[in-house]
Design a protein around this ligand. Sequence first.
Ligand code: SAH
Length: 247
Amino acid sequence: MWHGILKICIINTQKIGRMTIDLMDYVIEFHKDAERQGPGSDEATRKALQYIPELSENARILDIGCGTGAQTMVLAKNTKAQIIAVDMLQEFLYKLQEKIDRKNLNNRIVTKKSLMDNLDFQEKSFDVIWSEGAIYNIGFEKGLLEWIRLLKDGGYVVVSEISWFTDKRPKEIEEYWIDAYSEIDTIDTKLSIIEKCGYDPILHFVLQESCWMDHYYTPMLLRSDSFLEKYNYEEGAKEFIKMGLDE
Ligand code: SAH
């Protein structure tokens, strides 16, 4: 039997997938110095961790779409496990590596550049797969189906995923999010997808509003001016910031 923990959150970086290479430069430049590249909090990471049995020195965690590693560092501090942190953007991994060096955690955390739908690891080699604000990049169902092969028997998956809290919502909001992420759905539907993919849902919780406002949106707003200045207010940079503010 597979175990899975669903951590629900609203992700607001959906547009990245559609960006051109030029826009990718903006994404990297705008987000690489940020603590987080998606909504979340150290507290939420610790909360989800509580529901997993204690991990020994031999346990292995795969942190997928780790970004600059906010959750990676919390996992390292609150477990004894070995952590492999993967992301497709080397610039984010360099930032995480700086944190690892500062905390002398090279014996605990390894970074690796990799696409999340092409993970070159041995089958059944991880006790836990962790992915905050990232699975939507390949789709919730595809990610869960793809990653299960990497889990040891009885292993755990912890993911966050944008979900509707209710069955009804304003049309404008619904249209916006469906356009941004066609797989967006209710928590109940996500739970049934988890089961369909062969996992046994253990628990889910909704991220607090502060995970988005204090830890994600507000820092983004605060970075906007210096970002625009850096790019001499060029049109592309302005458009990029406007896209973020529309969210
Ligand atoms: N977990 C981090 C980052 C979330 S943002 C946090 O919560 O702060 C999503 C991350 O997924 C980004 O760092 C992005 O570079 C990465 N990503 C997006 N698509 C990816 C893919 N196909 N393969 C690997 N990483 C990807």
